[in-house]
Design a protein around this ligand. Structure first.
Ligand SMILES: [Zn+2]
Length: 403
């Protein structure tokens, strides 16, 4: 059983410092590689699925969140406002209000819909210090988020598309969802009150789940304050369940921000907002990946993809040349030279690298590499170029299998 906090420190992925503060981890170079690879992958998935990426600031005026409903329904999870020149600014608790304003920034035609706006953006949650830890409970969050502005008729197709992206991402990450949850409102006043809109949104999500044939359970009291959602749940090493990915249908914020588009009839119509996240927060996704794989990430995420072990000092030059060839292919190689200990010790040190090669006089003379895979398999020698091409293809395909 793996604990991502312990592994994160042991593998030099991330850490915290009391002087920075609890719940505010920093990412060390190897952890940054994992994070960046994940972010690049998600952005590419989104681009291919017709999303356009945007950037928006992590601060907004208090009035923005009064309008969105966050101030009334979500304030206990928000940082207190900062006073600036007679205005109050808050660290944003979500990206939706900014995206709604960006949609509203000019007139929209029905021909632009569905308009898919994506951002990997910062947001903040004022978690109490008692619950903070590792990457799963943090106060500064990098969210893989998107909002799809569409007509009512397009909602089911967009929600289905989002669930397919989630499934594709999980395949590449080697993650298996524990269950799908249809999150509905519970008793209490933390939800916006428009029963007919809740019913409509819930019916749409149920239709999507039924059409996909995904078994799901209802989670009463788990909805967002503005609407129901489909949550994709995962279980961590300690057996705790959490939400990574969500798809939500929202009729509330389009009304609050008076969003509209011009329809084929020339009249103004209200769009629906579908909120969706493929991998959720980058912090929680990486925490889950660390625990799921025990630090032995799929090759496309691995900080070191190819460990190069020269037999002795005489092979150092060739090892560095091989590493340079990898760099040109965008592959991450590390040379573990003889100065780092016996061959056996270096093999153990490189045990998390998906691919290892030992460079001796024979390999250099033959221009061939005998690859040793992380799972213990040893492959017959192949020409160096062919080996690098195979690894490169595996990384590009975001494969979970190594060869
Ligand atoms: Zn949102």
């Amino acid at each position: 059983m793996f604990d991502h906090r312990r592994l994160g420190r042991e593998l030099g992925l991330f850490d915290t410092d009391p002087l920075i503060g609890a719940g505010l981890p920093y990412w060390l170079p190897d952890g940054a590689v994992v994070r960046q690879s994940l972010e690049d992958f998600v952005r590419t998935l989104e681009r291919r699925a017709g999303y356009r990426h945007v950037y928006s600031p992590v601060l907004g005026k208090r009035e923005l969140y009064e309008r969105s409903g966050h101030w009334a329904h979500y304030r206990e999870d928000m940082f207190p406002p900062l006073s600036m020149g007679g205005e109050q600014l808050v660290l944003r608790p979500s990206l939706c209000p900014h995206h709604a304003l960006m949609f509203r920034s000019r007139s929209r035609s029905y021909r632009e819909l569905p308009l898919r706006m994506a951002e990997l953006g910062g947001m903040y949650r004022s978690e109490r210090s008692g619950v903070l830890g590792g990457l799963t409970r943090v106060r500064a969050i990098q969210l893989n988020d998107a909002h799809i502005f569409c007509t009512l008729d397009q909602v089911a197709e967009e929600a289905r598309g989002a669930l397919e992206l989630i499934a594709a991402a999980y395949r590449a990450m080697g993650i298996v969802p524990s269950r799908y949850r249809l999150s509905l409102p519970g008793p209490g006043g933390k939800y916006v009150a428009r029963p007919e809109l809740w019913e409509r949104a819930t019916a749409l999500l149920v239709r999507v789940l039924d059409e996909l044939g995904v078994p799901y359970e209802e989670g009463v009291g788990e909805a967002a304050f503005y609407g129901p959602k489909i949550d994709v749940q995962v279980v961590d090493a300690a057996g705790r369940e959490s939400t990574l990915s969500t798809v939500q249908v929202d009729f509330h914020q389009p009304e609050q921000f008076d969003l509209h588009y011009i329809g084929p009839d020339g009249a103004r119509h209200r769009p629906v907002m579908v909120h969706r996240s493929i991998v959720g927060s980058v912090e929680r996704a990486v925490a889950h990946l660390i625990e799921r794989h025990g630090g032995a990430f799929p090759a496309w995420l691995a900080p070191v993809q190819l460990a190069v072990l020269p037999l002795g000092e005489e092979q150092d030059g060739a090892a560095r040349e091989l590493a340079a060839r990898c760099l040109e292919l965008d592959l991450r190689a590390e040379v573990l030279g003889a100065e780092r200990g016996s061959l056996g010790a270096r093999v153990r040190e490189a045990r998390l690298a998906p691919y290892q090669v030992v460079l001796g006089p024979r390999e250099i003379a033959d221009g061939a590499l005998a690859v040793r895979l992380r799972d213990g398999r040893r492959l017959a020698p192949l020409p160096t170029g062919e080996v690098l091409e195979r690894i490169h293809a595996n990384v590009r395909a975001h494969a979970v299998d190594l060869w």
